[in-house]
Design a protein around this ligand. Structure first.
Ligand code: NAD
Length: 334
């Protein structure tokens, strides 16, 4: 099978591409524009690992360029598309909204238009726990309203879900949105808490804890995310689970959470890192940041019922694997 993975040089795209390429059952084409939201050296290091697989190929391209991306999709004619490329990050979206419109709205539309011209069997795309905004009930379940995002990033992800829903119905495309919950693990993003905190602890610099470290996050290990993505991608399905009564079910349009369902206070997360790194953090307690959610927790009932997904990695084990990679990568690359 031919699988096109966008954002293949990114954190999750790298892991999904690696798993697919290592399976031996897939020809994987990775697309990424290698933007400098965070150091491209990390993206190139991930790609170097992927390029060791003979069934992985990479093209540097920007999917906000409709002609360039459409040409790549048309040439490859993928059976499956895993769309993981995006402008990520909650805080950055406050000052840089245009970057989110370009990649997450215009870019997403280009990905759907390319799929419309040469339909894959299934296209899955990354959404986010950030779509659950003010007033969402814990645990977050997919059937509650998600129309009050607290960040602009969350608003663009919710817009993607709505756009996908309309494309599934109008054009008969099989589209599934995956709401990921705070993903961590080896090769993780340098703008996210695990790397930021581990650097601060290692370098004995102040570690800033917003909301005084009392926010709860449903940290989800990368291997569990990959498992969920591939289970959903390849699972045969026939019905439109997201259709309202009376709405045509021309093609499936679905949304699933992929999380851990075990939220942990961020200050406890820091204590676990201190133990693993063998150093105390210099903690600075700060008030909540705009756009941040006080708690995230995924209900996994829907994805469990549909594809049997269950997260397998306890935070202790996943963090130990993350810290092992962190020490090796940051010692080697500094
Ligand atoms: P990432 O930033 O590491 O990866 C995204 C990749 O997309 C980057 O390599 C970037 O260069 C590429 N990209 C961005 N705009 C592009 C464009 N216009 N054309 C081509 N490539 C482009 O992020 P990630 O953590 O791997 O996240 C993957 C997806 O999952 C994103 O959609 C993100 O919003 C979503 N998500 C991630 C998390 C998490 O905790 N990591 C949580 C919820 C949702």
């Amino acid at each position: 099978m031919k699988v096109l993975v966008t954002g293949a040089a990114g954190f999750i795209g790298y892991h999904v591409s690696r798993k697919l390429a290592a399976s031996g059952n897939a020809d994987v084409l990775g697309i990424d524009n290698l933007n400098d939201y965070y150091p491209a050296a990390l993206k190139r290091a991930r790609l170097a690992q992927l390029e060791a697989h003979k069934n992985f190929r990479f093209i540097q391209a920007d999917f906000s360029d409709a002609a360039a991306y459409g040409g790549i999709h048309a040439n490859f004619q993928p059976d499956y598309v895993v769309h993981l490329g995006a402008q990520a990050g909650v805080r950055y979206s406050i000052e840089n909204p245009a970057a989110y419109v370009q990649s997450n709205i215009t870019g997403f539309l280009n990905v759907l238009e390319a799929a419309r011209a040469h339909p894959p069997r299934h296209l899955v795309y990354a959404s986010s726990s950030s779509v659950y905004g003010a007033g969402a009930r814990i645990p977050f379940s997919e059937d509650q309203a998600a129309d009050r995002p607290l960040s602009f990033y969350g608003a663009t992800k919710r817009a993607d879900e709505l756009i996908a829903h309309s494309y599934a119905h109008i054009h008969g495309l099989a589209l599934t949105g995956l709401r990921f919950f705070t993903v961590y693990g080896p090769w993780g993003r340098p703008d996210m808490a695990p790397v930021i905190f581990s650097k601060a602890i290692t370098e004995e610099k102040p570690l800033r804890l917003f909301n005084e470290g009392r926010s709860l996050r449903d940290f989800t290990y990368i291997d569990d995310i990959v498992d969920g993505v591939l289970k959903v991608l390849l699972y045969p399905f026939a019905q439109n689970t997201d259709a309202a009564p009376g709405e045509p079910a021309a093609a499936p349009s679905r949304i699933f959470n992929i999380g851990h369902n075990r939220p942990v206070e961020v200050r406890l997360f820091v204590q676990m890192l201190e133990t693993l790194l063998g150093k105390k953090a210099r903690i600075e307690l700060l008030p909540p940041q705009p756009g941040d959610m006080p708690e995230t927790c995924a209900s996994l009932a829907r994805i469990h019922a549909a594809v049997g997904f269950e997260p397998k990695t306890p935070l202790e084990d996943g963090l130990a694997r993350f810290v092992e990679w962190f020490k090796a990568y940051y010692t080697h690359s500094q």
